[in-house]
Design a protein around this ligand. Structure first.
Ligand code: PMP
Length: 290
């Protein structure tokens, strides 16, 4: 797969109040965020000139930082303006948007009270998260050996960079085994989520999703739940055991990047891309364009 390296592209990136040439948007090697994972980020999509759930993402960005004790020196209103300015400057009306905040180099050690919070916003053109040709038959998941930590083991409701360490390791392991993504269980052994998307199953027409008590309650997840409720689809939020996997007829995952992506296989269980998945996928595709 050939990808133009992200630091060798053209365009503009907003960083700490300045719109810089893409290649000049650099940080110092002695930045606290790099050494101690004091970094939080967002992932958003703009469709036809409008960022879907933009304010919710900016609010979550603030909340993620607050949880880590970092203060983002730009208000939610400021961020709303900045994100649109970045898309405009890069001539994008369909884009993936990546706000990121990290502690700087004012202090280098575990205690970081003297550090400033630095902020950048980048945006680029990005199609489907998973291979387009997989959409019809669904992606494949393999259960990861890594488990989502308990809420008193890691700041699980923050979209914090450090939480992605086990996601990347899980994703690499399952890709090496020929699968598209990892299914992560939680510390209790319940089904939690994929490496960067929330999990949904359908059993006899009822939509079931895990209780988000130790992983991100995704904005797409919340959107899909409210679409399902509007459509009168029976819904349960509860702990799900992996032993239940053979009882489900449909599985899909949701996320800003993944949108609504059908799952055709988990380990040695196979699923069809069924009516509930199709209905919710097309309702979501319509909603993001409104
Ligand atoms: N879980 C993880 C670990 C994620 O990275 C994401 C993507 N942000 C999600 C769930 C889905 O969240 P959202 O729908 O808000 O993008």
């Amino acid at each position: 797969m050939s990808v133009i390296p992200f630091d060798e592209r053209d365009g503009f990136i907003w960083i700490n109040g300045n719109m810089l040439e893409w290649r000049d948007a650099k940080i110092h090697v002695l930045s606290h965020g790099l050494h101690y994972a004091s970094s939080v980020f967002e992932g958003e999509r703009m469709y036809n000139g409008k960022i879907f759930k933009s304010r919710e993402h900016s609010e979550r960005f603030h909340k993620s930082a607050d949880i880590l004790g970092m203060r983002i020196p730009y208000s939610v209103d400021d961020l709303e303006e900045i994100k649109y300015e970045v898309c405009k400057k890069n001539n994008l009306d369909s884009a993936y948007i990546r706000p990121v905040a990290w502690r700087g180099g004012e202090q280098m050690g575990v205690s970081a009270k003297l550090t400033k919070t630095h902020v950048a916003v980048a945006a680029w053109s990005w199609g489907k998260y998973f291979d387009e040709e997989k959409m019809d038959k669904g992606i494949s998941l393999k259960t990861s050996l890594w488990r989502r930590p308990a809420a008193n083991t890691a700041p699980t409701q923050s979209k914090a960079a450090g939480l992605y360490m086990i996601c990347t390791m899980s994703k690499h392991a399952v890709e090496d085994a020929g699968f598209d993504d990892a299914l992560m269980l939680d510390y209790r052994g319940y089904i939690a989520e994929a490496s960067a998307a929330n999990f949904f199953a359908v059993k006899d027409g009822t939509l079931i999703t895990p209780t988000p008590d130790c992983f991100l309650n995704g904005i797409t997840r919340q959107t899909v739940i409210s679409l399902a409720k509007d459509m009168g689809i029976p819904f349960e939020e509860r702990h799900i055991k992996p032993e239940e996997l053979p009882d489900f007829q449909e599985i899909f995952v949701t996320g800003t990047a993944a949108e609504v992506t059908a799952v055709g296989q988990i380990d040695d269980h196979y699923y069809t891309v069924g009516p509930v998945t199709k209905k919710l996928r097309s309702a979501y595709e319509k909603l993001v364009l409104v």
